[in-house]
Design a protein around this ligand. Structure first.
Ligand SMILES: NC(=O)c1ccc[n+]([C@@H]2O[C@H](COP(=O)([O-])OP(=O)(O)OC[C@H]3O[C@@H](n4cnc5c(N)ncnc54)[C@H](O)[C@@H]3O)[C@@H](O)[C@H]2O)c1
Length: 320
């Protein structure tokens, strides 16, 4: 049994990770500024409501802890990260700086920083038909928005702590993780959850609005695959950034069509060309992660979206 801290444990990836680690028999402490409480069953031993932009709170959270999964971040989907720059950089630089410092001061044995595909350069993502992004593609740097710059800066800060302070760290770069029990409304939701909600709320027959022209592409990784890959990385001896995602590229229109089919509704799509859509195309190259961890995602987009849609539809029904 290990003593594990999951920050951002009130949010999407953090609460799934906490539940997995708790079910494995570990002592799990979660820390978050707020708790969504979408997970109904008991999923941790201790729940601390803390603002991790403060060093003293990071010290409290990491006291007596062996391993830290640091998921706390002020982030959201494309609508949020393209409209809130200063808060994203300010809050996340503080959270990550103090979480690293507190982890070293409290002699944490291993630290995981949740990075993002947003660190990759814009100039490699300018058309829908893109090559998968390899870990080494990150430089020369030209990350996407303030959020991507903060993630890249923190990757460098983690490296500095590895070299100067002997911190044992792991750095997954997540590519569009989706699944049930995550944010699905309020402005911080991402494309899969937003589309599931729009379809769930639509009448039958009905219409939904797609942001952009629907031709931008992404790859999506189901939360259970993400948790499996992240734990494998944490347990490995690999200290450099590593992609955790899928290499199945689909357009936003394709994504919406899969969800519409799952719903069984007759829905037409309209396109809002003035809404933000982010980079034109982004895919993950999984060559390195397969080699290093022997990991790749197993859950198909159709299977994962079915679970995500059923959960969001249930939440929408409950709200009604
Ligand atoms: N979900 C994805 O597709 C994805 C992709 C790339 C990277 N990531 C990274 O993975 C991590 C988890 O993402 P998620 O999708 O679970 O997001 P999320 O928003 O569901 O979880 C983040 C949690 O951090 C908490 N938080 C924010 N400010 C805080 C503060 N000052 N103190 C304490 N807690 C605070 C939030 O309340 C939230 O519960 C983040 O670092 C994110 O940048 C996620």
């Amino acid at each position: 049994m290990e003593r594990i801290l999951v920050t951002g444990g009130g949010g999407f990836i953090g609460s799934h990770m906490a539940r997995y680690l708790y079910q494995q028999g570990n002592f799990v402490r979660v820390a978050d500024i707020k708790f969504d409480d979408y997970i109904q069953e008991e999923y941790c031993n201790e729940k601390l409501q803390l603002d991790l932009r403060k060093l003293e709170n990071c010290l409290e959270a990491t006291r007596g802890i062996d391993k830290v999964y640091n998921f706390a971040a002020n982030m959201g989907g494309i609508g949020f990260i393209t409209s809130v720059f200063a808060d994203v950089m300010h809050d996340n630089v503080l959270i990550n700086t103090y979480m690293l410092e507190a982890s070293v001061q409290n002699k944490v044995k291993r630290f995981l920083f949740s990075s993002s595909a947003c660190v990759y350069p814009n100039f490699k993502q300018i058309k829908p038909e893109v090559e998968g992004l390899k870990e080494e593609d990150v430089y020369p740097a030209d990350p996407n928005e303030a959020y991507g710059w903060e993630k890249l800066f923190t990757e460098e800060m983690v490296k500095a702590y590895q070299i100067d302070r002997g911190l044992d760290a792991r750095i997954p770069r997540y590519h569009n993780i989706y699944g049930p029990e995550g944010t699905y409304r309020g402005g911080k939701e991402k494309a899969p959850a937003a589309l599931c909600r729009k379809v769930a709320e639509a009448s039958n027959p009905g219409t939904i609005e797609i942001w952009g022209d629907g031709k931008a592409t992404r790859s999506y990784c189901y939360i259970d695959d993400c948790i499996r890959g992240t734990v494998a990385l944490m347990e490995s001896d690999y200290g450099k950034p590593l992609n955790i995602g899928s290499d199945r590229l689909v357009s936003v229109d394709d994504l919406a069509d899969i969800i519409i089919k799952i719903s069984g509704k007759k829905i037409t799509k309209t396109h809002n060309l003035s809404a933000p859509e982010g980079v034109r195309g982004r895919n993950a190259d999984l060559t390195l992660v397969k080699k290093v961890l022997g990991w790749e995602p197993h859950i198909s987009l159709e299977e994962g979206l079915e679970k995500d849609y059923r959960w969001i539809n249930m939440m929408v029904e409950k709200e009604r």
